[in-house]
Design a binder for this molecule. Sequence first.
Ligand SMILES: Nc1ncnc2c1ncn2[C@@H]1O[C@H](COP(=O)(O)OP(=O)(O)OP(=O)(O)O)[C@@H](O)[C@H]1O
Length: 232
Amino acid sequence: MLELRQLTKSYASGHPVLDKLSWQFRAGEFVAIMGDSGVGKSTLLNLIAGLDQPDAGPGQEASPILVDGVAMSGLDDDAATRLRRARMGFIFQAFHVLPHLTLLQNVALPLLLNGLPRGRAGQMLEAVGLGGRGADFPHQLSGGELQRVAIARALVHRPALVLADEPTGNLDPDTADTILTLLRQEIKATGACAIMVTHSHAAAAMADKTLQLTKLGIQETTIVNPFEQKTR
Ligand SMILES: Nc1ncnc2c1ncn2[C@@H]1O[C@H](COP(=O)(O)OP(=O)(O)OP(=O)(O)O)[C@@H](O)[C@H]1O
C-alpha cells in the first residue's frame, strides 16, 4: 500500500535525518513508530504526507515513496493534493480543527471535499463520544475533545492511509484507549493502513506491530503493554 525505497532526507545543516530508509506498509495494518526524540519520526510522516520533500538528485532513489505503486515524486501539486484529500487522513497538530466551523462541519469537511454524502460525519462524532456536540464550535472544547474531533475528521472519508502523529498525546488513558480501539476498528473494517508515531508504549501496544526508528534505520520491535504485564 505504501512503500519506502531508500528514502533520504537532509536539512540544510547537511547530515541526513533519514538515511536510505526502506519499508513496506500493507493495507489493513496498524503500525506504530517509536524512537528517540529528534530521530526523525515526524519528518518521516511529513514526507509520506507530501508536506515535505525527500532528498532528490544524483545518487538518490527516483521514487522513494510509492502509494499504491504511484510515485509521489511524479505527481504535480494538484495531483498530490487530490491524492492526499481522497486517500489520506491526518491526525497531526498542524491540521488543526477549523475555528469558524461547527464540530459537525469540521468532521464533514473531507466528505464535502471528496463529493461524498455527509451522513457519516454525525456517526463519527458519536463514535468519538461527541454525539451531542455537533453544533458547538471548537473554542468550546477541551484539548482532548478537540483531538477527538480531529480523529473523527481523519477517518470520516474512509481513507486508505491514516497518518497520526502522537494522536493520544493529550488524552487521558481511558479516552486514549477508546480512540485507539476506534482507529483499529476502522482500519480493520476498511482495510486501511494506519501509521502512528507515538512515545506511548500503551498506545503502541494497540498496534499490530511497532517499528523502532534509530539513526541506523528502521526495524520491527516488540512492545509489551506495561499495564498488561502479569505480576508474579
Ligand atoms: N524544518 C527543519 N529544518 C531543519 N531541521 C529540522 C526541521 N525539521 C526537523 N528538523 C530536525 O530534524 C530532526 C528530526 O526531527 P523530527 O521532528 O522529525 O524528530 P522526531 O523523532 O519526530 O522528534 P520528537 O519525538 O521529539 O517529536 C531533528 O534534529 C530536528 O531538529
